[in-house]
Design a protein around this ligand. Structure first.
Ligand SMILES: CC[C@H](O)CC(=O)C(=O)O
Ligand SMILES: [Mn+2]
Length: 336
């Protein structure tokens, strides 16, 4: 088996796509199937991480702790991971998740703000968790800045640092230069998380692997924010054809995608004009659902909202800006 390890993110990133409506039954059946298919890591949390259920980010149908507990209960092979954005989730939330059986945490910050992850990474290590630094919106920083921030996470004790293409805006050569620089400058494992808004998730993932990334995210049936992530079952097939054994059972992944995940999708995951605009304008993929709602409310084109958010370099945590921008655009339209 190769040293490449896949983390399945549909039960966390996919939460955005279904407005955080996962049920215990869905999480149990998807986790069981992923565990059967021998996926090493499965992330289960609100889309915005621990503590994300709120008016600002979207209320969860089911308490995420119940979802984590359900996943832990059926995973005797896969390790359950949680996402934590300092400021949304707290160290207390992390301790509760660990107590429920979560074995890995990914501490996520904006690409230029790794310093806010120090106490969370240190606590996770003290708790004995595998700890990942997750640098979001990686397209927004030059390579040198990314390296500087990744080194901070490494110095706090992270076992892995991820280049996270939250907007699905990176081009293959940009992925390569980022992974290459991190491989040169850091000693820890390097990971890559893609979004398929420009139809580049698979290409970018392969580019990252070529440069030495050994931790890769995928979402089954592309169930992730925006146009979704690198499609896990497709990735397993592609890697198998390349002679890279992930240890994951391809047929079991295909069956899960077709029989369990596809039926719960509100619509098939495809590149729509909105998700394409996310990648084109460099906007956080989780903003799509919020921007669609605001566009309807103010009777304007959601692409105009997304492009304006991209121009203003709005980042995760600033979801309230979506409404502000929509209101401003609607006002400007009514004045013409
Ligand atoms: C809001 C957290 C975000 O969805 C994390 C992530 O998957 C990303 O930045 O792509
Ligand atoms: Mn994501």
């Amino acid at each position: 088996m190769s040293n490449l390890k896949i983390t399945e993110v549909a039960l966390r990133d996919g939460s955005h796509a279904i407005s955080h409506q996962f049920t215990v039954e869905q999480v149990t059946s998807i986790t069981s199937a992923l565990n059967e298919a021998r996926v090493p890591y499965i992330e289960v949390t609100h889309g915005d991480g621990l503590g994300g259920s709120s008016l600002q980010y979207g209320l969860s149908r089911t308490d995420e702790l119940k979802l984590i507990e359900a996943a832990v209960g059926v995973a005797d092979f896969s390790k359950i991971s949680v996402l934590l954005l300092p400021g949304i989730g707290t160290i207390e939330d992390l301790k509760v998740a660990e107590n429920l059986g979560a074995k890995m945490v990914r501490v996520a910050t904006h690409v230029t703000e790794a310093d806010v992850s120090k106490q969370h990474i240190e606590t996770a290590k003290e708790l004995g968790m595998e700890t990942v630094g997750f640098l979001m919106m990686s397209h927004m920083a030059p390579v040198e800045k990314l390296v500087e921030q990744a080194k901070l996470m490494e110095s706090y004790g992270a076992d892995v640092v991820y280049v996270t293409d939250s907007a699905g805006a990176l081009l293959p050569h940009e992925v390569k230069e980022r992974i290459k620089a991190l491989k040169q400058e850091l000693s820890v494992e390097i990971g890559f998380h893609a979004h398929n808004n420009l139809s580049l998730a698979m290409g970018n993932t392969l580019a990252a692997i070529e440069e030495g990334a050994t931790r890769i995210d995928g979402s089954v049936r592309c169930l992730g924010a925006g146009a979704g992530n690198t499609q896990t079952e497709v990735l397993v097939a592609v890697l198998e054809k390349m002679g890279i054994d992930t240890g994951i059972d391809l047929y079991k992944m295909m069956d899960l995608a077709e029989n369990i995940v596809a039926p719960i999708l509100p619509q098939p995951q495809e590149i729509t004009k909105n998700s394409l605009t996310l990648g084109f304008a460099g906007v956080y993929s989780s903003f799509q659902v919020h921007a669609n709602r605001a566009a309807k409310k103010f009777n304007i084109d959601s692409r105009d909202i997304l492009v304006e958010l991209g121009k203003r370099e709005v980042v995760g945590g600033q979801e309230d800006m979506i409404i502000d921008v929509a209101a401003e655009l609607a006002k400007a339209k009514s004045l013409v």
